[in-house]
Design a protein around this ligand. Sequence first.
Ligand code: SAH
Length: 386
Amino acid sequence: MGRLTLTPKGLSWFSKGHPWVYRNDLEKIQDAIPGSIVTLEKKNGAFLARGFYSDRSKIAFRLVSRNQEPIDRSFWEKRLQRAHQYRQSAVEGTSAYRLVYGESDGIPSLIVDRYGSHFALQTLSQGTEILTSLFADILSHLFQPSSIILRNDLAVREMEGLPQEKKVLLGQSPGKIEVYEGNIRYLVDPWSGQKTGAYLDQRENRTAAVRYLRGHILDAFCYQGLFALHAARSSTKVIGVDSSQEAVEQAAENAGLNALRNVEFRKGNVFDFLKEQVEEGSQYDGIILDPPAFAKSKENVSGAARGYKELNLRAIRLLKRGGILVTSSCSYNLSEAKFLEILKECERDCGATLRIIEKRGQGADHPILLSFPESYYLKCLFLQKV
Ligand code: SAH
């Protein structure tokens, strides 16, 4: 087994509990095969942990275990079972959820999303890449899935020197699968949809928002229309806007599936749409803003901040007094504090007063580790214009 030795600075960082070690915090790298399990040691050779080694990423080590135990099939089977047990207690009222959320489930850089009996897998580092067929095999054994799709078409894999690819690991590419979320049914395509087919991280926010949404609602960045469909159950009229033609077509099909006739979907750029709506003097009782991650890296936080500001500013202008704004940022690089600051600026620029009704994040199937801030990325606020 390969061995990595920490520098004194690396040791003090790792001792605080973070599950990653950066390459420049390593003093020595011995016999470490890319993607293999290696031992992390102190300078004096004392054992610290076992984890995945990457020879390409800045993240050279990802923690798997702090114990000197074999990392074999039965080890991974237990981790997957543990992830499943947690979901059984934390997830309810849906057939679509994240079964494995990487580091948060002790399986760094592995994502497994579940859509009924169909599974979608993503391996985001050299370590999990090597174990792809083992994970598929254990999942088959534990859950007897109808299909397992590998959705490795993600830019982050390039940092690990890994290619973009999509593959069927078990069964056949399932086409569109019908799943449910609360009292909404929708179709998801794990082979060609965005992410692994759905934005599962917003599930709890979608069902929770219904409590406050009445009247005339706008779902901006609607994707396959899920916020809109939930809102349509409690509201008079809902419009969803997304720039993707496939997404709005899927959203319309989903509306049909739920026999909802008070919802309409339009292809369009939300920035332009909001601008036009302000110019036309439109007013809404509720607006959902769920843009893609604008801040993909630390370097573009200020550009991203301008994007969030423009959207939220226009949305607040479009809200009636008493109206609800459900606003999200899924940019890890834009902190919750910064997001709140942007919203405060918007409030001031509009001469409005907003109150926080609920401060929310990603669903419980995307658990956040205290010692791993990177696991917390989705901020979602329910605000009311008073
Ligand atoms: N609210 C959705 C997820 C939205 S993800 C849900 O709960 O499922 C972000 C969406 O924004 C994607 O569907 C993407 O197609 C869309 N998008 C990205 N840029 C856009 C733009 N400028 N205008 C409209 N839609 C955009």
